[in-house]
Write a protein that binds this ligand. Structure first.
Ligand code: PEP
Length: 251
């Protein structure tokens, strides 16, 4: 399976900055062995999708509402993202779980909305530092997976959903789990996906996210069951993002 390298730009990028970053990424992306995706802020989805049109790089949102439309001031529906040119959406990122109180049930409803609108969901899971120190990482991640993924996650929509394992304590901190810990968690996630989704769970790519950068990408992306990376800070610099993509492997 081709690895997926996805950039989460978070709340960064005015229109000119987002356009320039997209141009720099597309200029050097030809011939990469992996799939590439960028997830700009909602205001820039349309212009980034237009900038990347025809070059094979996907564009995604960073969240969507579970409802199709209605009285939800400030929210964005999955259909609006699709209309703006996105074909992917990140859901249940730990920053949304923390800042907006998103629960597994809310993420599950958003996944259904995304798939209905024709978006491929990337569902984020991951333990806090306190949970890992207490040895509860598998319990926490297992519950997030079962609570956030619909049974047809691997078989509905235009393409199969993706899971991103992002230990909360590794996001934006420069710290990463050991390679052994990443491999153990990805093996656990695969086992859980197979139990929850049946054999189709084998087709779900499991990304690693949390302080991935050019210096550690090769080692992390070579681990068993690592199907790519979800990149925050390093995705804002085209050379760093592309260096990570170059470390990825094709299928
Ligand atoms: C993220 O927030 O999804 C992320 C992986 O961030 P960073 O790469 O900056 O740790």
């Amino acid at each position: 399976m081709r690895q997926l390298i996805a950039g989460n730009w978070k709340m960064n990028g005015l229109l000119t900055e987002a356009t320039t970053l997209a141009q720099h990424i597309s200029a050097a992306a030809a011939g990469l062995a992996c799939d590439l995706l960028v997830c700009p802020p909602a205001t820039a989805v349309h212009i980034v999708a237009a900038t990347l049109s025809g070059c094979g790089i996907g564009v995604g949102g960073q969240d969507c509402h579970a409802e199709e439309k209605g009285a939800h001031t400030g929210d964005i529906s999955a259909a609006m993202l699709r209309d703006a040119g996105a074909t992917w959406v990140i859901l249940g990122h730990s920053e949304r779980r923390a800042d907006h109180g998103e629960t597994d049930a809310m993420v599950l409803a958003k996944v259904d909305a995304a798939v209905t609108a024709g978006l491929t969901p990337i569902v984020c899971v991951g333990e806090t530092e306190a949970q890992r120190l207490a040895g509860r990482q598998e319990e926490v991640v297992g519950a997030q997976l079962v609570g956030s993924l619909p049974k047809d996650f691997a078989s509905s929509g235009a393409s199969v959903g993706v899971v991103a394992y992002e230990p909360v304590w590794a996001i934006g901190t420069g710290r990463t789990p050991t390679e052994a810990d990443v491999a153990a968690m990805h093996a656990f996630i695969r086992k859980t996906l197979l139990a929850h989704l049946g054999p189709a769970g084998q087709g779900v790519r499991i990304l690693y996210g949390g302080s991935m950068k050019p210096a550690n990408a090769k080692a992390l992306l070579a681990l068993p069951e690592v199907g790519g990376g979800l990149i925050g800070g390093a995705s804002l610099k085209a050379p760093d993002f592309l260096a990570i993509a170059e470390a990825a492997v094709g299928g």
